[in-house]
Design a protein around this ligand. Structure first.
Ligand code: KG4
Ligand code: ZN
Length: 366
């Protein structure tokens, strides 16, 4: 078929704890979201303090049909308007990924529509092209509860990983710090709120890996340092005061921000060496909502003459519009998958560097 004109892709996402379907229409670099349905499983997992893979897989399998129907209805379209079906084929919790892949294969078999397997991380990484039409190459910082990496996006299927976390994702660290201090989940927004008016200088927390000449990050030691500081205060005072929580949150947030600024500076060096026409740093993921981090990155980008692009949160957190869009780019480039398409628990975007080990609450990190 002709893939040069506008294309309509149905996207399906089920790699973690969100069951999602969406319709996207357009061409690479200029597409619009016709619908974007997300059903969260947060309630189902809340009592377990993390995502339970078996519960997630079952819930995806039960909900996918309805979510796909909702996405078509919200767009006011039928399957006859769809050119191809894009589905997350990894990385992620394997049961959930399989549910999505089976659903997509079923629709493809019933309708004859082409199938396009998409890497979930490519979905996140290509979102700035969907929302802002950003041109290749751009630098991407993924920061969420499950991901943390710097990537240079050179093309639809060409990503260069500059570095990432060697242990926890930053969102996990925010969530754990909130738990340590008795603040509400998700931890990011409550730590950010508590940090307002706090005195960061009261505690001297480590800046893990900051001065190392690479783009890798680490958050687990920082979280332990907060635990120690808390325990010391409790031992000295018999408990924590409001002021202590504010200061500890401010100190933690300042340490995270410091490390990100240093590592982003390094990543920008590698990226700017490519001499891009319109340099862009795109940030995506729940942690990118943090205003302290965002302000620090704005300042750094302004100093380096780089445009900072931050897609709206609903397209930064897990969703199927990003999968439909990544599928659109792949399909437009002539890529389709046959019915043997496999679900993959791990699938690094850049196969060159050794994959980092470490699975967080959100499952496997690539
Ligand atoms: O991208 P996301 O919604 O979900 C996945 O990880 O898939 O990211 C969620 C994470 C949570 O860990 C949450 O605590 C964190 O993003 N987060 C924040 C803020 N808002 C959400 N972290 C720091 N500051 C925030 N304002
Ligand atoms: Zn994700």
């Amino acid at each position: 078929m002709d893939t040069t004109g506008p294309l309509t892709l149905l996207g399906i996402e089920s790699s973690c704890d969100d069951t999602a379907a969406a319709l996207v229409r357009g061409v690479p670099g200029r597409a619009e979201v016709l619908s974007n349905e997300v059903v969260s499983q947060a309630q189902l997992h809340a009592q377990f303090g993390g995502v339970v893979p078996e519960i997630a897989a079952r819930a995806h399998a039960e909900r996918l049909d309805g979510v796909v129907r909702d996405a078509l209805e919200a767009a006011g379209e039928g399957l006859n308007a769809v050119d191809a079906i894009a589905v997350t084929a990894g990385p992620g919790l394997i049961g959930g990924v399989m549910s999505g892949v089976m659903c997509a294969k079923g629709i493809s078999a019933a309708t004859g529509l082409p199938l396009v397997g998409v890497n979930h991380l490519a979905g996140h990484a290509l979102t700035p092209r969907l929302t802002d039409g950003v041109a290749y190459p751009y630098l991407m910082l993924l920061v969420s509860g499950g991901h943390c990496q710097f990537l240079i996006a050179h093309g639809t299927d060409r990503f260069q990983r500059l570095g990432g976390t060697i242990d926890d994702a930053p969102g996990e660290a925010f969530d754990k710090v909130a738990r340590l201090l008795g603040l509400a989940q998700p931890g990011g927004p409550s730590v950010e709120a508590a940090a307002r008016g706090g005195t960061a200088e009261r505690f001297s927390l480590p800046r893990p890996l900051r001065d190392r000449a690479d783009c890798n990050l680490s958050f687990s030691g920082l979280k332990t340092a907060v635990l120690r500081a808390r325990d010391l205060l409790v031992a000295e005072q018999g408990g924590l005061y409001e002021r202590d929580r504010r200061d500890l949150c401010a100190a933690f947030q300042a340490a995270v921000t410091d490390v990100f600024v240093a590592k982003t500076r390094r990543a920008l060096e590698a990226y700017l060496a490519l001499d891009p026409d319109e340099p862009v740093l795109a940030v995506a993921g729940g942690v990118a909502a943090n205003m302290a981090l965002r302000a620090a990155l704005e300042e750094l980008c302004a100093a380096e003459g780089v445009r900072l692009v931050a897609p709206p949160l609903r397209l930064c957190t897990d969703n199927a519009a990003m999968i439909a869009y990544a599928g659109l780019e792949r399909f437009a480039a002539g890529h389709t998958d046959d019915p043997t398409l496999q679900a993959r628990p791990r699938w690094p975007l850049d196969p060159t560097p050794a994959p980092l080990l470490g699975g967080g609450k959100k499952g496997a990190k690539a």
